[in-house]
Write a protein that binds this ligand. Structure first.
Ligand code: 4AD
Ligand code: MG
Length: 462
């Protein structure tokens, strides 16, 4: 705050400057506009105040051409000596990219400017003069990951993160609208859920425990109280593979419901994905454009029917259409998932995988006991599995045997088996990989671009 020629200047946290003449007690507020509001067509000639960061800048003689970036977009601003105090012009001339600025000027229509409008600056205040920015053109992906804290500002990442925010918000809304309660599980868990080989071990005082691989086992306790529950939470897998689909830390959106079977949950999963797509189209059209994603294609998907096939039928597709033989009983690897999906334009639910290769809690299908009452949802365009789920076994002996085969101590699972001992009911649930879904919606090259700070086999910094 400062006092200058009888006027008190201040910056208010809500985002406007106030100016108070101490004697007159007059308060004037500045309305900060967003770039998108100007590009949406504020009347030419109107005066606007914007604040953001310098995205590009060059000067020639008495004129500085800069592009200003804020969360909503970029706009060109022309700063001409003579149109504003000399000191402000010189500050603008000196300011490097990523300097933060507040700028007031007139809106001018300019067909050549990106977005069709530019601002003729009448005043500029450089809030922070940035040091030379380390990120320049054409840097390696590894360098950009080292600079992630700065690279987040890139237009594509900003767009993807805005879409991610819509996706997570839509998931919460979807489940709440359908009568589900949000339910939290511990992140520190003594048991495996999806196989011991991807557990992250944590020192726990004098003991050891693991980071959550899934919310599911605790959710199965929760449904006996709340019946229909969901969660979006951090999930950890020590994935030993370096693929464009695997993170070591990711966010899983899971649901679990009492009295539901496999068919019920596959229908909910389809509705959930369509709802999320609808929300993204409604809220993120500009971001999809930045990412060069075909909005019409997504719009069609948001109301499309998603087919359900069995694992055995998927092998048939591979054999007859792709000339690919996969032995019955083998899991579908990335290349096989991608090959199957070449024959579908929408996500596809694949049910009844071989029971042998499935997690211990997936029950055999009474109609076809060598397969399990489980499903994956596969996304088109080479994005693979986005959801995995199943009906849950209620057979303690069966699950104990499966756990023993995996070398697990069944003692640790007695609390879980209690759920089958006291008023057991059929129940089912699934988990959706938030980053897998976001990566597919954005058509990201790598899942790392669907999360702010990716953790992978080779990286846990910054
Ligand atoms: O298929 P998964 O392993 O299923 C489960 O964990 C179940 N317990 C969920 C449940 O029934 N409640 O994982 C579910 C989804 C996958 O379909 C995938 O989208 C995502 O989580 N996922 C990963 N995403 C990023 N990186 C990884 N390493 C992932 N592993 C799984
Ligand atoms: Mg899976």
């Amino acid at each position: 705050m400062c006092f200058f020629s009888g006027v008190l200047y201040g910056w208010n946290r809500n985002g406007f400057i106030w100016l108070t003449d101490a004697a007159l007690r007059v308060t004037m507020t500045i309305t900060w506009r967003r770039v998108e509001e100007v590009l949406a067509g504020l009347p030419a000639g109107s005066t606007v105040s914007l604040r953001g960061w310098i995205w590009r800048t060059r000067s020639s003689g008495n004129i500085v051409f800069m592009t200003l970036r804020d969360v909503s977009g970029v706009i060109q601003a022309t700063v001409k000596r003579g149109n504003l105090p000399d000191a402000e012009f010189e500050a603008a001339e000196k300011a490097l990219i990523e300097s933060s600025v507040e700028l007031t000027g007139e809106v001018k229509e300019d067909k050549r400017a990106p977005g069709g409008f530019e601002i003729l600056a009448r005043s500029i205040h450089v809030v922070n003069f940035a040091e030379p920015y380390p990120i320049t053109k054409d840097q390696s992906p590894e360098f950009l990951l080292d600079q992630r804290h700065l690279w987040l500002r890139s237009r594509k990442l900003t767009a993807a993160l805005k879409i991610r925010s819509t996706v997570v918000g839509a998931i919460h809304q979807f489940f709440r609208d359908h009568g589900f309660y949000e339910f939290d599980a511990p992140v520190l868990q003594p048991n495996q859920c999806e196989g011991g080989s991807t557990l992250f071990e944590v020192k726990y005082y004098q003991d050891k425990t693991f980071l959550s691989q899934s919310w599911q086992l605790y959710a199965e306790a929760g449904v006996f109280a709340l019946e229909k529950i969901y969660n979006v939470g951090p999930t950890f897998r020590a994935e030993k593979s370096k693929t464009s689909r695997h993170l070591s830390e990711f966010w899983m959106a899971e649901m679990e419901a009492a009295w539901m079977d496999l068919h019920d949950i596959t229908e909910i999963a389809k509705d959930e994905v369509r709802f999320v797509l609808g929300q993204v189209i409604e809220k993120n059209a500009a971001d999809l454009t930045v990412l060069e994603r075909d909005i019409e294609a997504l719009r069609k998907l948001s109301t499309a029917k998603f087919p359900t096939i069995t694992y055995t039928e998927a092998l048939e597709v591979l054999r007859t259409k792709a000339g690919m033989e996969v032995e019955w009983g083998k899991d579908l690897r990335t290349i096989e998932e991608d090959e199957v999906m070449k024959f579908f334009e929408t996500p596809v639910v694949v049910t009844n995988y071989p029971v042998e290769i499935m997690a211990f809690y997936k029950p055999p299908d009474p109609k076809d006991p060598k397969t399990a009452l489980c499903f994956d949802m596969l996304a088109p365009d080479g994005y693979g599995e986005i959801i995995g789920g199943s009906q849950r076994s209620t057979d303690i002996a069966y699950m104990s045997e499966r756990l023993r085969q995996m070398g697990e101590k069944t003692d640790n699972y007695q609390w879980y088996f209690d759920l089958r001992r006291y008023g057991s009911v059929p129940h089912a649930g699934y988990g959706l990989g938030v980053e897998r879904l976001v990566a597919w919606i954005c058509h990201a090259e790598n899942i790392k671009d669907a999360i702010p700070f990716p953790r992978t086999l080779l990286r846990f910094r910054p």
